[in-house]
Design a protein around this ligand. Structure first.
Ligand code: XMP
Length: 327
């Protein structure tokens, strides 16, 4: 089967008649999973150079959410969740995989008060994913399942009890899946195809990967996503894990932090995993300062987008906005 696949850069949103008087009164509240809502449709990626306590706590303060990564000991992930709880975060989200000590990790996270579990694997249209959703459902938690990029996979996850679906196979900035394996679906097409299914089940979509600016956030929401997951835009911010490095001397110096794919060689080596199936890269990103400025920029762009759409709430935005293909 051949299809034309579209990514964010291939489309633009079409302006609508609007009665939106003030961008301040636009309500950006969205469903992150079947049972949980957040005030800003922005989630920080569960990557080891993006989301630990500082990032998750700051996003929650601004109405979004950070999903804590799983590329550390169970004790460390649990202690981050506990810290978030103690800081008053009512929604806490952690990650598990589908192999190794994932059962122990799941139980420890639930015991620590995690209310959203993200089952985070590269190819979510997999039997092990269905088995792990089943396992999670023995606990009182909502489950985000991913990543997938097709209607068939969305149907599979919805039928197997996922409470949210994470869409994105290959669009991430650190991702080499498409280069190494030839597999992937451009993100606009992936969201559109999966939304065709998830809307029937009332299951929200998290569009994950490839977001370069607030315009891409608006595009993903317009096509059907309920929230977006962001890595690179947050990389290099003060609240990301890891140290700030300095290169050169005053006045010709550069401050930077590391940003790496979860399946990159560097990440796998640090975890003591085999140096095989590398599907990500590692890079450095200029130090960006506090993440609140990045969050505010995205929020401002999104509020303007709602004004162009003539939408006051996310549901109207979904329904009203059409897009045009650029070429
Ligand atoms: P952005 O574009 O925001 O994307 O940096 C973040 C998302 O990229 C995915 N991710 C990976 N994908 N190999 C991949 O194929 C990797 O090593 C890798 N690490 C992260 C992930 O979905 C993340 O949220």
């Amino acid at each position: 089967m051949t299809k034309i696949g579209l990514s964010y850069d291939d489309i633009l949103l079409i302006p609508n008649y609007s009665e939106v008087v003030s961008r301040i009164h636009i309500d950006l509240t969205t469903k992150i999973t079947k049972n949980f809502k957040i005030k800003l449709p922005i989630i920080s990626a569960n990557m080891d150079t993006i989301t630990e306590f500082e990032m998750a706590n700051k996003l929650y303060e601004f109405g979004g959410l950070g999903i804590v990564h799983r590329f550390c000991s169970i004790e460390k992930e649990v202690s981050i969740i506990e810290k978030l709880r103690n800081a008053g975060n009512e929604i806490c989200a952690g990650s598990i995989g589908v192999s190794g000590k994932y059962k122990e990790r799941l139980k420890a996270l639930v015991d620590a008060g995690t209310n959203i579990i993200c089952i985070d694997i590269a190819h979510g249209h997999h039997k092990l994913m269905a088995d792990t959703i089943d396992l999670c459902k023995k606990y009182d938690v909502d489950v985000i399942a991913g990543n997938i990029a097709t209607a068939e996979a969305a149907e599979f996850l919805c039928k197997n009890g996922a409470d949210a679906i994470k869409v994105g196979v290959g669009p991430g900035s650190m991702c080499t899946t498409r280069v190494n394996t030839g597999f992937g679906i451009p993100q606009v097409t992936a969201i559109k195809e999966t939304f065709g299914i998830t809307k029937e089940y009332g299951i929200p979509i998290i569009a994950d990967g490839g977001i370069k600016n607030s315009g891409d956030v608006a595009k993903s929401l317009a096509i059907g996503a309920d929230s977006v997951m962001i890595g690179e835009l947050f990389a290099g911010c003060k609240e990301t894990p890891g140290t700030i490095h300095k290169e050169g001397n005053f006045p010709d110096y550069r401050l930077y932090k590391q940003y790496r794919g979860s399946a990159s060689l560097e990440s796998k080596m640090e975890r003591g995993e085999k140096e095989r199936n590398i599907e990500g890269i590692s890079t450095t990103v200029d130090y960006k300062g506090p993440v609140k400025y990045v969050i505010k920029n995205i929020e401002d762009g999104l509020r303007s987008a709602f004004s162009y759409a003539g939408a006051n709430i996310i549901d109207e935005f979904h329904k009203k906005v059409k897009y045009i293909q650029k070429r």
